[in-house]
Design a protein around this ligand. Structure first.
Ligand code: NAD
Length: 388
């Protein structure tokens, strides 16, 4: 159980690029990074508008001189200080991630980057190589992976509780883009513009979330090939608002991912169902404290977060006892804690064993980008099968 006792013997000096006033995702980054006293926010280039960014940073309690007009100035000026930043989070629109992440790694900073990490596997390979060369952490905010029941599912699969994994059924299908919302909402506008969003909307924006959950829960499964159909139901959109992907794994298992923004009436609609030869698991992000466990021939069981019957590792990040609901903020906080611990381990010269200590890292960022790239290749070639 996490109770506020310090996990690191120092606080990582941390900054943000983006996530300014009015942004959708800025506050959850700050709230999650700061909760466990592992990070201390000391600088930022929060906004595309320098003046608004400065006002915002001052409003957060930062020194005015450390609220920078842009990330380049911030990296340059902070490098001159003895108390300069050690890590940065990037919470800007997709089209800027590659250049900011690359500049941060070149400045020898640890990075937390929003998904998608970049637009192509070519760019992703550059970032992966740089992070390895400079020995810096890149954490990707696939935030749902921080829910403790995802760890429970991972442990159950590893321990054979489901038997051999045969099918994974995934969706992230919400409804609010079923009409031309981009005409009135700026955050929707850039998401549907390939210059800012990249080669995909629905798959890159939401489909990669359950994809990462499947990788976290079933790390042994490797995609062999996939096929994809993508379409835009709302007229004049340049990017898809709906896509269906079918995947085959090397061991014979199969999966499908429904990525959609026009699932009318659905608030969020992210679900993952893992079907094994003995039992199935199902998790829904709108009820993240429950994991459905169905054993063939037995009544359905609902496993509750924090329950004494869960695997020990699925209870380590609990912040309150069973029955009190935790949510997305706690899941993100768990991830930020893992990011901080990874940074600390690296800075103290220790290795990170992926088997015992996992988080969405630069490889997860790479895999998300690769998946979108392959889906687009298939969809834009009459949904042909594409080798992975
Ligand atoms: P948004 O449009 O609401 O906000 C973007 C913010 O970045 C604004 O404050 C803007 O002024 C600032 N900005 C833009 N360009 C900048 C630059 N060059 N330098 C500094 N600041 C800049 O966007 P959002 O919805 O918050 O999304 C931001 C990122 O977060 C996207 O990549 C998106 O995919 C991702 N996101 C992730 C999740 C998740 O669950 N992990 C959820 C929502 C959004």
């Amino acid at each position: 159980m996490i109770n506020g006792e310090l996990k690191l013997n120092h606080t990582i000096r941390w900054a943000m690029v983006g996530g300014g006033r009015g942004s959708q995702i800025g506050y959850i980054h700050r709230s999650s990074a700061l909760r466990d006293n592992t990070f201390q926010l000391v600088a930022g280039a929060f906004d595309i508008d320098p003046l608004r960014g400065k006002e915002f940073g001052v409003g957060l309690g930062l020194d005015e001189e450390r609220c920078y007009p842009d990330y380049k100035t911030m990296f340059k000026e902070e490098a001159k200080r003895s108390d300069g930043i050690e890590a940065v989070s990037i919470a800007t629109p997709n089209g800027t991630h590659f250049e900011i992440c690359k500049a941060a790694l070149e400045a020898k900073l640890h990075v937390v980057c929003e998904k998608p990490m970049c637009f192509s596997t070519k760019e992703a390979a550059v970032l992966k190589e740089l992070s390895e060369k400079n020995n810096r952490v890149v954490g990707i905010t696939y935030g749902y992976a921080g829910h403790q029941l995802i760890q429970q599912a991972r442990s159950m699969v590893a321990n054979g509780d489901l038997g051999e994994i045969r099918v994974i059924n995934m969706q992230f299908a919400f409804g609010s883009y079923a009409f031309p919302i981009e005409q009135e909402n700026p955050a929707a506008k850039w998401r549907l513009d390939p210059n800012f969003a990249g080669p995909s909307f629905a798959m890159g924006d939401v489909g990669t979330h359950p994809l990462f959950l499947s990788e976290a829960i079933c790390p042994e499964l490797k995609i062999k090939r996939l096929m994809c159909s993508r379409q835009s139901f709302v007229k004049d959109r340049q990017l898809e608002d709906n896509a269906i992907t079918i995947m085959e794994y090397e061991n014979g298992a199969v999966a499908n991912v429904w990525s959609s923004a026009m699932n009318c009436g659905s608030v969020h609609g992210q679900k993952i169902r893992i079907i094994g030869s003995k039992a199935s698991l199902e998790w829904w992000d709108e009820r993240p404290n429950q994991l459905t466990y169905e054993v063939e021939g037995k009544p359905v069981q609902i496993l509750e977060r924090g329950g004494g019957y869960l695997y020990e590792e699925a209870r380590e990040e609990d912040r309150i006892s069973c029955g009190h609901p935790e949510g997305l903020f706690e899941a993100w906080t768990n991830l930020y804690l893992r990011f901080a611990m990874a940074m600390d381990r690296i800075d103290s010269g220790k290795n990170i064993e992926r088997k015992d200590f996992w988080y969405p890292d630069v490889e997860a960022g790479y895999q998300g980008v690769k998946w979108v790239e392959k889906c687009v290749e298939s969809a834009d070639n009459d949904s042909k099968w594409v080798e992975y």
